[in-house]
Design a protein around this ligand. Sequence first.
Ligand SMILES: [Zn+2]
Length: 382
Amino acid sequence: MPPFKFLSFIIFNILSYSCTNSTGQRSPDVFLSENFSYSELSNETKEILELWQPYLDSLIKNEKFNVDSSVWDTEIDSIGGIELYYHIKQADGPINAEILNIQKLDSNKYSVKTAFYNLSESGKSNNPSLNCIYDIVIRKKGKAFKVYNFLSEYTEDWSKKEVGNIVYHYTPSYPFNLIKAKTMSKYCDSLAKFFSMESPIINYYIFKNSQETFYSMGFLYNRDMYDTYQIFGRADPNRNIVYCGNNSEIFPHEIVHLYTHKYYSTLHSFFDEGFAEYLDFSIQTKKISKRKVMANYLNNNPQINLSNILELDDRIGNGTSYKYDISCLLVEKLLEKDPKQGLHKILSGGTKNEDFYATVTSILGIEKREINNVIRGWLTNY
Ligand SMILES: [Zn+2]
């Protein structure tokens, strides 16, 4: 072993101290990159590793998201780390993390980059696949280091404008369109009426595309960040934030999610997307053309059984998906059949798959096995 390797081996083991389990064996879940610059390992760098490494270990292992105020600056962001937690929990199997680099940005500020790997064997290879690369800013606050909210760092110099219940955040060079903003705010009023509740104050961030949206959360890489369509949105009901990566003041789909995620915890994920599409006034013509694509695809694939729609591979090409487009059609039919009970069952019918099928059966009066023929029948109109 060359001397520097030996040194790095010792340092690695010292720093992994907090990742040992009760039997004293070193856990492989969080490790330092071999490219780590050990020769530049200052006391401050060690301090940062002692903070970040055990935190990652708990993040990977915990079944539930916990706020850690000893790590995150919770005065600025009371639920710091939630984006990363939910992202890595979407993985099918176990995950591990490699701390790639710690970079000093200024006298009290560091950037720490971490790569996460999916360890489950995929069909193609036994090798772990890259899940995401995440970047955080760690600052000295008083005597201790704290992890900083990346969004507030990224949008620090952005412009802000309040329009009705929406606070828009955008880059100073963005040509803000007040008319569109007012349309969106009026839409919030109509949603409040629809749901019979008050509209929350919504922080609406306008990003250029998917790439910038994820970047603002701290991601340098994840699977969805560099997709072809480059339109992405996310609603965060805990912070009343909508991340709108479509470069526009108008993104009804995400606003609907904000209301439903905030007030209806028993909404099935399949209805969640279809319902947001159903209430999205900005995509009316797109909805029809997507149904045509869907009808054509299903005609060419008679073997596909839509009665098992929740188990099917969701993305079917040309920007269409069962979860968005068939679900939207289903929501439309449920509300047509029984506006009051249909709405109640969609929003509060339950999150389990059997709850989804029970809603369809109770409102439309069809059994699970009949869903395939019924949906195919609806699509013949397109
Ligand atoms: Zn959505």
